[in-house]
Design a protein around this ligand. Structure first.
Ligand SMILES: Nc1ncnc2c1ncn2[C@@H]1O[C@H](COP(=O)(O)OP(=O)(O)OP(=O)(O)O)[C@@H](O)[C@H]1O
Ligand SMILES: [Mg+2]
Length: 464
C-alpha cells in the first residue's frame, strides 16, 4: 500500500532524465567526468546507424551540431558530432522544465529565454564546448502543409534536365501564393513530371518541360520569429528551424521503414505531431493541438487531485488498457482541496487515460485519412515522444489505426546514448542529425529572416 501512496517530490520526466544523466556521469565507467566520453557501445562501433539512416556520406572532418527542442514540457539541448568514419556521438545532453510555452507556441518570451539559456548551458558544461548556433524545432497548431506544382521549360532539352532546371521548377512551385502571415519552413520535393511521365529524379532525362510537385510546410511568421527571438535573447543564434515531426522521424526511422511507408506520431506534452512517409519521402505533416498534458488535466479533474499527483499517477500507475486491470486494484491519493486520503480505482484511472489518448490518436487518424497517403503507409504506425511511454500505448494505437504499431526511439548513437535513446529525445536527436547530415543553406534561419526577399527566391529545399 505504501507503494500506492504518492510521494510528493520532484519526479517530472525531465528530472528523471537528468538524474539518469547524472548517474551516467557519476558512474565508475566515466569516473564522474563532466565531459561525455563514455565507452562506445558495440552498436556504435559498427558503421553508424545514423549515417546509414540518412544515406549520406560522412564529412571529411569531425563536425559538431546542437539541437534545441523547445517543447511544451521540457527544453532539451543535444550536442552531437559526426567523425569522418560516420560515427555519431552525443557529446552533451540536457533537459530543463519548459516555462513559457503553450501547445508548442511561445507565450511568455522571458520564461522561454531563461529556460533555453539554462538548457544550453547545462549541455555546454557536459560537452565542454561553447555553443554558438542551434538548430531549433518548430511545431504547433499553426503548421500547415500545401501541395504545389511548378512547371518550367528545360533550358537545353537535348542535354537533358539539369540540377539548375530542377531548382527552377522547385522554386516556381514554392512561389505560389502563401499569405504574408505565413513563412515557408520546408519545401519537400515529392516527384517530378517529364514529357514521358513521372520520375523520382529527373536529372539527365531528355524532356521539353519539367514539373516539380512539392509539399510546402508553412508556419505562422510570428511563431517562427518568436522562436528565433527567444534563442537570440538567450545569446545564441538560430542556424535553422526544422519541423519537429520531421526531426523525430530522422532519429527513429530506418530507410526501409521510410521506403515501406509509415505514420510517425510524436505524442508530446502540448501537441501530437504526425508525419506520413511513403516511398522514402515525407508526404504529409500536421499537428494535433493535444498531448500528454491533456491526459494529466483529465486525471486532475476526474480524480480531484493536484496537477502534480495527476502527472505522477499517470506515469507510475497509468495505463490505457482498463480491461487488463482488476476492478479491486485501488490507489490511495490525497484530495487536492483537503489533503484527505481517498481511494481511487486504477481501472478508472486507466479509463480516463484510454479515453483521452484514444481521442488524440483518433484525431491523428482522421488527419491521415484525409490524405491520399494514408493507405500507402503500409509499414504501420511508429509512436514516439513522451506520451508514447504510456503503458499500453502501442496496443491502443494498433486498435485505433488497425495496423502494426511500435515505439520508435533514437538508436545507433554513441556517447551519451543511454540517455538520448528515450523517445522523449527523438526530436532533439533528430535536430542534431539534421544538422550533421544536411546542408544548412536552405533552412529558414535567423540570417534568412533578415533576407526575406532573398529567401523568397531561395526557398527551403530538403532532399530525402
Ligand atoms: N512514463 C510515462 N508515461 C506516460 N506519459 C509520460 C511518461 N513520460 C512522459 N510522459 C508524458 O509525455 C509528455 C511529454 O512528452 P515530451 O517530452 O515528448 O513533450 P514535449 O516535447 O515537451 O512537448 P511538445 O512536443 O508537445 O511541445 C508529458 O505529457 C508527460 O506526462
Ligand atoms: Mg516534443
Amino acid at each position: 500500500m505504501a507503494e500506492n501512496n504518492l510521494v510528493r517530490k520532484r519526479s517530472e520526466e525531465v528530472m528523471a532524465a537528468e538524474s539518469s544523466l547524472l548517474k551516467d556521469l557519476d558512474s565508475p565507467e566515466t569516473g564522474g567526468r563532466t565531459t561525455a566520453t563514455l565507452p562506445v557501445s558495440p552498436a556504435a562501433s559498427s558503421p553508424s546507424m545514423a549515417v546509414f539512416r540518412a544515406g549520406i556520406k560522412p564529412p571529411p572532418r569531425t563536425r559538431m551540431f546542437t539541437g534545441l527542442d523547445i517543447g511544451t514540457t521540457k527544453i532539451c539541448t543535444i550536442i552531437g558530432e559526426i567523425d569522418p568514419q560516420g560515427r555519431t556521438t552525443i557529446r552533451g545532453i540536457s533537459s530543463t522544465p519548459s516555462q513559457g510555452l503553450r501547445r508548442g507556441v511561445v507565450v511568455d518570451l522571458d520564461e522561454t529565454v531563461s529556460s533555453i539559456r539554462t538548457a544550453i548551458r547545462k549541455a555546454e558544461e557536459i560537452a565542454q564546448v561553447e555553443v554558438k548556433d542551434v538548430l531549433v524545432g518548430i511545431a504547433g497548431g499553426h503548421i500547415q502543409c500545401h501541395a504545389r506544382t511548378g512547371t518550367v521549360k528545360v533550358a537545353n532539352p537535348e542535354r537533358g534536365v539539369t540540377r539548375a532546371d530542377i531548382r527552377r521548377a522547385i522554386d516556381k512551385a514554392a512561389t505560389g501564393e502563401v499569405s504574408m502571415e505565413r513563412e515557408i519552413i520546408h519545401t519537400l520535393p515529392q516527384r517530378f513530371l517529364i514529357d514521358d511521365g513521372p520520375v523520382a529524379n529527373p536529372e539527365g532525362f531528355a524532356s521539353q518541360q519539367l514539373t516539380a510537385e512539392v509539399l510546402l510546410v508553412t508556419a505562422a511568421v510570428t511563431s517562427a520569429q518568436n522562436i528565433i527571438r527567444a534563442v537570440r535573447q538567450a545569446h545564441y543564434r538560430t542556424a535553422g528551424i526544422y519541423l519537429e515531426p520531421l526531426a523525430s522521424s530522422l532519429a527513429i526511422l530506418t530507410p526501409e521503414e521510410r521506403e515501406l511507408g509509415v505514420i510517425v506520431v510524436d505524442i508530446g506534452g502540448g501537441t501530437s505531431d504526425l508525419a506520413i512517409w511513403v516511398d522514402g519521402s515525407v508526404r504529409y505533416a500536421d499537428v494535433v493541438p493535444f498531448g500528454g498534458d491533456s491526459i494529466t488535466e483529465d486525471i486532475r479533474r476526474g480524480l480531484k487531485v493536484s496537477c502534480y499527483d495527476a502527472e505522477n499517477l499517470k506515469k507510475r500507475f497509468g495505463s490505457c488498457l482498463p480491461e487488463a486491470i482488476h476492478e479491486d486494484d485501488k490507489l490511495e491519493v490525497p484530495v487536492a482541496l483537503t489533503g484527505e486520503t481517498q481511494q481511487v480505482s486504477r481501472r478508472f484511472l486507466a479509463e480516463i487515460i484510454e479515453s483521452r489518448l484514444g481521442e488524440i490518436l483518433m484525431m491523428v487518424r482522421e488527419k491521415c485519412e484525409q490524405t491520399p497517403w494514408n493507405d500507402r503507409a503500409f509499414g504501420g504506425v511508429v509512436l514516439t515522444g513522451g506520451g508514447s511511454l504510456q503503458d499500453g500505448s502501442v496496443d491502443l494505437a494498433a486498435k485505433i489505426f488497425k495496423r502494426p504499431c511500435k515505439i520508435g526511439k533514437p538508436t545507433g548513437l554513441s556517447g551519451l546514448s543511454s540517455v538520448a535513446s528515450s523517445p522523449i529525445y527523438s526530436t532533439g536527436v533528430g535536430l542534431v542529425l539534421y544538422g550533421l547530415y544536411h546542408d544548412q543553406e536552405f533552412l529558414y534561419s535567423e540570417t534568412n529572416m533578415f533576407q526575406r526577399l532573398v529567401h523568397f527566391f531561395k526557398r527551403a529545399i530538403d532532399w530525402y
